[in-house]
Write a protein of this length. Structure first.
Length: 170
């Protein structure tokens, strides 16, 4: 079972375990969320019991990130599909803003990776805007190689670190 399928299954189990009382629970949106890689924001926000309507909604649904090929910032079909799901979620939740983070693997200079991360973040942001998300709800930041999702020095780790992550906030 792939990690993505596992995370989707875990999210569904989480949803099934939640009661439908309608009360809000405080959930920390810090490191180590449902996708296995934190956003680093350290913010806390109230979300509803369904677990998908609050700031963690995209993360719980395992659609908060897209991946890129080495030294690339174009979106493949899988990334486009994920971003279409993000856009649908964002349209259903118009009060939330997003920050798109651009990340790279450990190879290359700091300067090169910051520039590549910026191109990746902007590619994701522009695609979401093209899908109808108000550009005033979207900001971008590049972390280059400074915040790897996975530690490691091989293609498996690098592939998971070449990503664009959509972080939802109030």
């Amino acid at each position: 079972m792939s990690l993505r399928h596992f995370l989707v299954a875990a999210g569904l189990l989480f949803l099934a375990a939640c009661s439908s009382s309608g009360s809000d629970d405080a959930v920390t949106d810090g490191n180590g969320g449902a996708s296995g890689a934190g956003t680093g924001s350290g913010q806390s926000a109230a979300i509803d019991q369904s677990g998908v309507d609050g700031v963690n909604g995209l993360q719980v649904q395992a659609i908060d990130r897209v991946f890129f090929a080495t030294d690339q910032y174009d979106l493949d079909a899988s990334a486009q599909d994920t971003l279409q799901k993000q856009a649908a979620w964002l349209k259903a939740h118009p009060s939330y803003r997003i920050t798109v983070e651009g990340h790279c693997d450990e190879r290359g200079t700091r300067e090169y990776n910051l520039a590549l991360g910026d191109r990746r973040a902007n590619t994701v942001a522009n695609y979401l805007v093209a899908l109808g998300i108000d550009k005033n709800r979207v900001s971008v930041v590049s972390y280059g190689k400074e915040q790897p999702a996975v530690d490691g020095h091989d293609e498996s780790a690098w592939a998971q670190n070449r990503r664009g992550v959509t972080v939802v906030s109030q």
